[in-house]
Design a protein around this ligand. Structure first.
Ligand code: 13P
Ligand code: SF4
Length: 317
């Protein structure tokens, strides 16, 4: 049987979106074709802000499960669909509720600041959520003497600890994309392209962060390339973001930071890349897989996310 063309998928997706009053929210790590059909493309903070305020009946999330769950928690009355339910996150998986409960018990009296890259259960065990766009400001919003647990990303946690000087105990989790960048290969690339600025996501390991000209969330990296007068960049985060960078500044050069294993294509998040145009089409057609969250846990997880959104709104982030 002949596969439908991408034009067919694109026009049918647009037709179904209008018919069903659906919107597509896409993360910067999606492939370029998916970013281009989305109603809104953003980082995890902007996507949760958008999920909390829109008039759609259906949100199709082109991203990973924790992002779709966050959308459902913020818009419980809407149908939230994720085109591939296996689109997880190695970082979220590195923090299991049973282990995290023990960790909390071993570190009593600490405020739990969790990265949005966590399961609903971990969010429900947290006092406040953050994303890579606001992690430093969220921690700084807490009283100076407050003792903190930061979970699950050890690199982002240590980045926040160094920036704020706060008393933070960090959970030992990592992301399979960001811990794979090779310092040696980045420095080699820099030697070949000395004018290129090294721009780095805070989930990267310390040696990579140490050689960065700029460190920031995906949207901060994008803004940096837009405003900066430089002409080329070595980009140490998932390669999907380069699609937006090229769209905004097509004349500049963007080099994906090489991974330690040059044969593995590890600068792509294989969970993000499970989402395809065909799966988006099928998902919108059948209105599934749907994100369903137990009401009690949803209410518990909603509180720390709303706290993050309130603080971010106050700070204008
Ligand atoms: P952002 O907060 O920059 O969107 O990052 C999300 C993420 O999954 C990073 O790996
Ligand atoms: Fe999770 Fe890493 Fe993929 Fe981001 S890039 S969704 S942290 S596995």
């Amino acid at each position: 049987m002949k596969m439908p063309s991408s034009e067919y998928y694109i026009s049918e997706i647009a037709r179904m979106k209008a018919e069903k009053n659906a919107i597509i929210l896409a993360h910067y790590y999606q492939t370029g074709d998916i970013q281009d059909i989305a109603d809104f493309v953003g980082d995890s903070l902007a996507l949760s802000q958008k999920a909390a305020s829109n008039n759609a009946d259906i949100i199709l999330f082109a991203g990973v499960k924790f992002m779709a769950e966050t959308a459902k928690i913020l818009a419980p009355g809407k149908k939230v669909i994720l085109p591939d339910i296996n689109a997880g996150c190695s970082l979220a998986d590195s923090c299991k509720p049973v282990d995290f409960r023990k960790f909390k018990d071993n570190n009593p009296g600490r405020t739990v600041v969790s990265y949005v890259n966590t399961s609903v259960e971990i969010k429900a065990l947290s006092d406040i959520i953050c994303t890579s766009s606001n992690a430093v400001q969220i921690v700084e919003s807490l009283p100076l003497d407050e003792k903190i647990i930061f979970a699950p990303d050890r690199n982002l946690g240590n980045f926040v600890l160094n920036k704020t000087g706060r008393d933070i105990v960090v959970w030992n989790g990592t992301c399979h994309v960001h811990e794979e960048f090779s310092l040696e290969a980045i420095l080699k690339l820099k030697k070949e392209n000395p004018e290129a600025k090294i721009i780095v996501h805070p989930e990267c390991e310390l040696p990579v962060r140490m050689v960065a000209d700029f460190i920031g969330s995906t949207s901060a990296l994008l803004k940096f390339t837009q405003k900066d007068t430089g002409k080329s960049y070595i980009v140490a985060t998932e390669v999907g973001i380069i699609h937006q960078m090229k769209k905004e500044n097509p004349d500049k050069l963007y080099f994906p930071a090489p991974p330690k294993d040059s044969t593995c294509g590890c600068s792509e998040c294989n969970f993000m890349k499970l989402i395809t145009m065909e799966k988006i089409y099928n998902s919108l057609l059948n209105e599934k897989p749907e994100i369903i969250i137990n009401k009690n846990i949803l209410i518990k997880a909603q509180k720390p996310i709303k706290r993050m959104l309130e603080i971010s709104a106050k700070l204008g982030i």
